[in-house]
Design a binder for this molecule. Structure first.
Ligand code: NDP
Length: 454
């Protein structure tokens, strides 16, 4: 079934918010089969698309020259029907309200799919830690949290990391909250292990995406072993997705960053990925890393990986939004790609999703695992971090990893069964339809119980 964006912009997403409009229309179009069977849910959709609260604030901070700089700070508290608002803080120069509203909206359904008591939110700033000194990052984070601390709390809103927000930034923000409130509480996740972090949180999103792929492959009577895999990005999610694929016997042939892609026809080793991890911790670029490697490592400046390899089994977009176009989706299909699962949020354009979904009725579809399901392992382990913080205990890595795997299996089963009930592809049901309807129903029903619609 093709999912066409609705022709008329929604009231909640004015044209100045293209990313939010895209996310809204993607969800709305897949909810059509539900609305046909139970039209009363249209009322819930009208309510759910407006955030409960938006906080926008200025973040003045001092650079190393003693001058004042100023950035925009945001927190979108989108939906608290299932629990405290939960979602990351993005620190990147591209951050604006449209991007944070799209991320916060997706987060509502993603968090519902984890089965944990988590509402949806997102935040961040147009400040980028790249090329900033440690002191500048610290002063920015302290100023940012000085305002944000008025709006969050362990039972209200628990932000986490995202692009640009690593354990370093989380540490500075956590410290500032503690200083201001005289409270040691789990108001952020993605913390370092010594002061309340969870084992497996850094690995969770990448590992979880691959656990989701494992379930998709099981349905095809296949495993990851021997599968040729393309990964985009080279940050947190990409690194651990690549490492898990390699651990399970697959081969990873690409990594990329905002400047270009590296292809290795033989496949990267785990040590390569650890080198890239060290490079990215210092905000380095693959273009420089590749110069230290042999002829097998081929750099393509300004290119994404999807069209650079002739034969592919699995594609894992793990960098940023809209990183697979319709044309690139067709190229993946032609190269034999059978599974595409998003580690990134809204990794595929609507045109690319239309290509994947149009193959569902064919013998060999390019089966699509949408980000809100496939990358939900990160927020799931954040939820487990909150549980450990409340009980003042720490579970073992094996324990958290096993819980993560169970959550991803259950998330897949939920998407599969609901996709089968409402979607068109029976052998290979639409997992995006399943994810959107399963997540939406859970939140909409809770909102109805709270009197938010009737
Ligand atoms: P990181 O900041 O660690 O890595 C981001 C990667 O994407 C980097 O390789 C970066 O390149 C690349 N990138 C950023 N912008 C662009 C662009 N415009 N074009 C091409 N490449 C780009 O972030 P994460 O790995 O944490 O996040 C990646 C994605 O996964 C995001 O969509 C995020 O929202 C999503 N996600 C993350 C979760 C988490 O737990 N971290 C949880 C769920 C989803 P460069 O190094 O050059 O900047």
């Amino acid at each position: 079934m093709l999912h066409k964006p609705a022709p008329v912009p929604c009231v909640a997403a004015p044209p100045a918010e293209p990313e939010f409009q895209q996310a809204l229309h993607e969800v709305e179009s897949t909810l059509a089969p539900l609305f046909e069977k139970q039209p009363e849910y249209k009322k819930a959709f009208k309510v759910i698309q407006i955030p409960e609260r938006l906080v926008q604030f200025r973040v003045p901070w001092e650079n190393d020259n003693g001058e004042v700089e100023v950035n925009n700070g945001f927190r979108v508290q989108f939906n608290s029907a299932l629990g405290p608002y939960k979602g990351g803080l993005r620190l990147h120069e591209s951050v604006n309200l449209s991007i944070l509203k799209f991320l916060g909206f997706e987060q509502i359904f993603k968090n519902a799919l984890t089965g944990l008591q988590l509402g949806g939110g997102k935040g961040g700033s147009d400040f980028s830690p790249k090329q900033r000194s440690n002191g500048e990052i610290r002063r920015f984070c302290q100023s940012f949290m000085t305002e944000l601390s008025k709006h969050i709390g362990q039972d209200t809103d628990v932000p986490a990391g995202d692009i640009g927000t690593t354990a370093l930034e989380v540490g500075y923000m956590f410290g500032q909250y503690k200083r201001l409130r005289n409270e040691f509480t789990g108001i952020l996740t993605g913390k370092a292990l010594a002061w309340g972090g969870s084992l497996i949180r850094p690995e969770a999103t990448g590992y979880g995406t691959v656990y989701y792929v494992v379930e998709m492959l099981k349905h095809m009577n296949e495993t990851v072993k021997g599968k040729r895999t393309l990964v985009s990005g080279s940050g947190n999610v990409a690194q651990y997705a690549a490492l898990k694929v390699i651990e399970l016997g697959g081969t990873v042939h690409s990594l990329s960053d905002s400047r270009g892609s590296v292809i290795n026809a033989d496949g990267f080793t785990s040590d390569d990925v650890f080198e890239v991890q060290a490079l990215k911790a210092k905000y380095g670029y693959l273009a420089d890393w590749v110069k230290t490697k042999g002829d097998k490592y081929v750099y393509h400046a300004g290119a994404r990986p999807w069209t650079l390899v002739d034969k592919v089994d699995i594609a894992l977009p793990c960098a940023t939004q809209n990183e697979v176009s319709g044309e690139e989706a067709k190229a993946l299909l032609k190269a034999g790609c059978r599974v595409l699962a998003e580690g990134s949020n809204m990794g595929s354009t609507q045109e690319a999703i239309d290509v994947y979904e149009s193959t569902l009725q064919t013998e060999k579809p390019l089966w699509y695992g949408p980000g809100k399901a496939a990358n939900s392992g990160g927020v799931a382990v954040s939820g487990l971090e909150m549980a450990q913080n409340s009980a003042r205990i720490q579970w073992s890595a094996a324990d958290v990893d096993a819980r993560l795997e169970d959550i991803m299996k259950e998330c897949y089963r939920n998407c599969f069964e609901v996709g089968q009930k409402y979607g068109a592809g029976k052998g290979y049901p639409s997992l995006v339809t399943g994810a959107n309807i399963a997540g939406f129903l859970k939140v909409a029903d809770a909102m109805k119980a709270h009197g938010d619609w009737y």
